[in-house]
Design a protein around this ligand. Structure first.
Ligand code: AKG
Ligand code: FE2
Length: 360
């Protein structure tokens, strides 16, 4: 029964100490003694625990200007309301891996489980600002979309880049790397990084649930793991679920709701970070399901349910394409020998993308 879905205990981490650290570094007053701060150590421990046991956590007190988030959500809504001809005028191609995609009309099924159908969502993505250093194509926005749209997305991208830096410091502390700015070194995560921003729209839907199989859920985005280092997700409503064991993806009882926490961001790790940490940190399977409005989900008879439109914004945090991914020393020992060879980040992402499209 959908009404009995249970919530995973999502770690909620107040990242104030990491935001303070960022301020100290920005104004030049940082000294190594600041790393001895007990609250900072506690945050690193919380991150470490979250990524080793769930692969997902929420961050609060992140310092992000929420008016930029609101603008991005409002402008996204207006964008997806535009005519298909306009919103689809910049679309994803073999040479431009961003732009507009309508999964339903393309018949795209990107999911790990046989039970999932075609995603009922549309998306628009942009890549990094610095196309020369990142080696990615220059950003494109539909010509007939308002300037306020490109401005809102550009601003959102910039604040996410900043939050990514703050979180990467948390990761360096959690991994006990020798330098708190380890991930932010030149050639690892500098302005040649390959982050991507994707806005998502799940149109409102009506669906019927059969009385024979009441456990069946209506999938809006099929089960998948993300490819990159981490994803910073702003979800505009409930419906996100996670599953801690890929083997049980077809078993409904193994899916847990990720609580929707307004004003927080949900962080989840991607496959690249799992590989980098020699499988110590988890890239967790997740999906989006329709949640009936007004929680009328446990009607007795065959009912038609309606689920409101849902929007979200995913910021896929990557690193520079040429950076080498080799398991961290702190994640390799006799009990856990290194599982992976060195690979560059871009090689890895291309390989993962090909796998998801059914090519090997
Ligand atoms: O819309 C959401 O809440 C999740 C989106 C997601 O998982 C993705 O785009 O990778
Ligand atoms: Fe995802």
């Amino acid at each position: 029964m959908v009404g009995s879905r249970s919530s995973a205990s999502l770690p909620i981490i107040d990242i104030t100490p990491l935001v303070r650290l960022d301020e100290l570094i920005a104004d030049g007053s940082f000294g190594l003694h600041h790393l001895q701060n007990e609250q900072l150590k506690a945050v690193a421990e919380q991150i470490s625990h979250a990524v080793e046991t769930v692969g997902f956590f929420a961050v609060t007190h992140h310092g992000v200007d929420l008016s930029i988030v609101k603008d991005a959500l409002d402008e996204s809504k207006n964008f997806f309301d535009l005519e298909p001809k306009i919103k689809g005028s910049v679309s994803m191609t073999n040479t431009y891996p961003y732009g507009y995609e309508n999964y339903e009309s393309l018949g795209i099924k990107r999911s790990a489980t046989s039970a999932d159908g075609i995603d009922s969502k549309e998306t628009f993505s942009i890549g990094p600002q610095n196309s020369t250093k990142s080696g990615m194509p220059p950003r494109q926005f539909p010509q007939d979309a308002p300037d306020t749209f490109s401005l809102a997305l550009t601003n959102y991208f910039d604040i996410m880049e900043h939050l990514a830096r703050i979180l990467y410091r948390g990761f360096a502390l959690a991994l006990q790397l020798e330098d708190v700015n380890w991930f932010l070194r030149e050639g690892i995560f500098d302005d040649g990084h390959q982050c991507a921003l994707r806005i998502l729209n799940y149109p409102s839907i009506k669906y019927r649930k059969s009385s024979e199989d009441r456990s069946k859920v209506h999938i809006r985005a099929g089960a998948h793991t993300d490819y990159g280092a981490m994803t910073i997700l702003k979800s505009g409503g409930p419906g996100l679920q996670l599953n801690l064991s890929p083997k049980t993806a077809d078993d409904e009882s193994s899916w847990f709701d990720v609580p929707h926490i307004p004003d927080a961001f949900i962080i989840n790790l991607g496959d690249l970070m799992q590989r980098w940490t020699n499988d110590r940190w988890m890239s967790t399977l997740h999906r989006v399901i329709a949640v009936a409005d007004g929680d009328s989900s446990d009607k007795d008879d065959d009912g038609v349910f309606e689920s409101a439109r849902r929007q979200s914004i995913a910021f896929f945090v990557n690193i520079n394409g040429r950076a080498t991914i080799l398991p961290f020393d702190s994640c390799v020992n006799e009990e856990h020998p290194s599982q992976y060879e060195a690979i560059t980040a871009s090689e890895y992402l291309i390989r993962r993308h090909a796998q998801s499209m059914g090519m090997k």
